[in-house]
Each structure stands twice: as C-alpha cells, then as structure tokens.
Design a protein around this ligand. Structure first.
Ligand SMILES: NC(=O)c1ccc[n+]([C@@H]2O[C@H](COP(=O)([O-])OP(=O)(O)OC[C@H]3O[C@@H](n4cnc5c(N)ncnc54)[C@H](OP(=O)(O)O)[C@@H]3O)[C@@H](O)[C@H]2O)c1
Length: 286
C-alpha cells in the first residue's frame, strides 16, 4: 500500500508514519512541501506519488484562536480537505482524514454515535463539520475517523502543560464540567491501520475507553507523577478565560470501531501511563 501523508510534522502525522509498513512506499509531507490550501499542489502531489491511500492529517487545530481567525481556519480545514478529497477522487486514491467530538453540542446523555446529529458550538467545530460535508460532497472513497482530546510525543498538549505548570508551582484551575476521553496519538494511528486492514469506509469514532473531565485527567497525571495536588482546583468552564465554547459531554461511542476491527481500545489511564513513562521516566510515573 503506497501511502501519502499531509501534516506529517503534527501530533498525529508523526505517529501515522510509524505504524505502517514502509516496503510499498510512504511519503510524509509538511506544509512547506505540500500546502493543502493550494489545489494545484494537491493534484501535483497525488499525481506525482500515485498513492493508494492519502492520510490527511493537516488541519487548523488551535481551537481558541479559531474564534478570531475564522476565515483562515475555514480555508485550511474546509477548502484544504476539499482540495485533498478532489485530488484523491480524480486519481482513485482512498482518503483518510480526521474529525472531532467538537462537532457535537454536548447535550447527549450517552456516548455519541457516528450518525448522531452535529451541532458545533465553536468556530473550530463548525469548520470541522463543514470539512466532513466537503469530503462527503466530493464523493470519493473515504474513511473519516473522529477522535478527541489527543496527546502524544509531538508538540504541546494538555498533559505536558499541566506537568510543566505544576513543576513551576503554579496554581491550576481546570474545567471539571467538560467530559471526554484522552486519546494517545499512537493509539489513534494504530486504530487507523486496523481500520484500513479491515476495509473500513465512512465515519468511525475512536478514542480510549472510559471517560473523565479535564480536571480528572489533571489530577490523575499529578498523582501518577507523585506531584502535590494542593494547587489544583476544579473550575466551571464559564469561569475560565477560554474564548471557544466546548461541549460539556463529548464521549464517543466505540461500538462501531469494535464491530469493524474486533478489538477494544485500551482504557485512557493505561494510555496516559505509557505516555508519562515516555516523557517523564524519572518523574515517579507508575
Ligand atoms: N489534537 C486533538 O486533540 C484532536 C482531537 C480530535 C481530532 N483531531 C484532528 O486530528 C487531525 C490531526 O490533528 P493534530 O492534533 O495532529 O494537528 P496538529 O498537531 O496541529 O498538526 C497539524 C499539521 O498540519 C500542518 N499544516 C498547517 N497548515 C497546513 C497547510 N496549509 N498545508 C499542509 N499542512 C499544514 C501543521 O504544520 P505547521 O505546524 O507548520 O503549521 C501541522 O504539522 C486534525 O484533523 C484534527 O482536527 C485532533
């Protein structure tokens, strides 16, 4: 399987590259090599490499900044996705790309299923929902994997930020009224591989198993690393200074993923533990 990756230097892009067999050929691109907002560049890349599968990881992911950069977020997420989808359809390549729980409004009382209605609250969520629609409108062969609360070795993430702030002795006020499930980028990359091996198409949800709040995750991380929790406080979202509204409940149902692949994701505590061992081997993470 020849594989072409966009956004290859991002949190997910870096992991995707690691989980596939390289013998048939993998080309990972960054923004310098392939700007997905340029339709001609999309055609040139797909024509040039002739992939069986394009894994489109490039995206605008700055959830709060998007509130004041809507046009740019839209260009990258919606038009970028449309450009890649069109080039894939024209060349008969399968397109794999990623969605988010932020397309939902958080009013559900059970984990969101793939067919549940979208009602995004934020600019980022709206661009990601519009990107899904652009992908479907293009009508090519595709797999869309919705995920949430991602962390991993590349770049910044909530867990790393919490650890750094705690070590500096800062007071931490963290939302206890947003519930979701932390997901290791490495696990998501592995899930993409399993889904492709199973011939999955359409929309599939993936995250770790279980659920927690951002506050619950922060407390878990500090306890696991042997750090004091006295400076960590539960806060209401409305009292925190984040511009983008977020769903109060965004847990994704993994029923379809399990039915397709025959495997269950691991619990989030296990995934977080593995990540902490990686980034903080001396820090008492057990
Ligand atoms: N992170 C999460 O919690 C999360 C949750 C659910 C779903 N997702 C989805 O998962 C996917 C991957 O997210 P991620 O967290 O890995 O994102 P990320 O770390 O922000 O990486 C995105 C990559 O896209 C690149 N990029 C930006 N503009 C580009 C352009 N015009 N052309 C080509 N590449 C460009 C970025 O390069 P620069 O660094 O040079 O800008 C970056 O390497 C996205 O679709 C995201 O919406 C993420």
């Amino acid at each position: 399987m020849r594989l072409l990756i966009t956004g290859g230097l991002g949190l997910l892009g870096k992991e995707i590259e690691q989980v596939f067999d390289r013998s048939a050929g993998i080309r990972t691109t960054d923004r310098e090599e392939w700007d997905v907002t340029d339709p001609a560049a999309c055609r040139r890349e797909v024509d040039g490499f002739r992939p069986d599968v394009v894994i489109h990881c490039a995206a605008y992911t700055a959830v709060d900044r998007a509130e004041s950069e809507a046009a740019f977020a839209n260009l990258l997420n919606v038009e970028g996705t449309r450009n890649v989808a069109r080039a894939c359809r024209e060349r008969g390549a399968l397109m794999v790309t990623f969605g988010t729980d932020y397309i939902f409004d958080g009013a559900s009382s059970r984990p969101y299923r793939e067919e549940d209605p979208a009602n995004p609250l934020s600019v980022y969520g709206k661009t990601k929902w519009a990107a899904e629609q652009a992908l479907r409108e293009e009508g090519g062969d595709h797999l869309l994997v919705r995920a949430q609360w991602m962390f991993g070795p590349a770049g910044k993430n909530f867990i790393r930020t919490i650890l750094e702030k705690a070590r500096r002795g800062e007071t931490l006020r963290v939302a206890s009224d947003q519930v979701g499930c932390p997901t290791f980028s490495r696990d998501l990359a592995g899930a993409v591989r399993k889904l492709l091996e199973a011939g999955a198409r359409g929309t599939v949800h993936f995250s770790s198993e279980g659920e927690t709040s951002w506050f619950g995750l922060a407390r878990h991380v500090l306890e696991r690393c042997g750090l004091p929790t006295g400076s960590l406080f539960a806060a209401k979202t409305r009292d925190l200074p984040y511009p983008a509204p977020r769903p109060a409940y965004g847990v994704l149902s993994k029923e379809k993923y399990r039915a397709i692949t025959g495997v269950s994701p691991r619990p989030w505590e296990e995934a977080v533990g593995e990540y902490l061992e990686m980034i903080d081997p001396e820090g008492g993470a057990r």
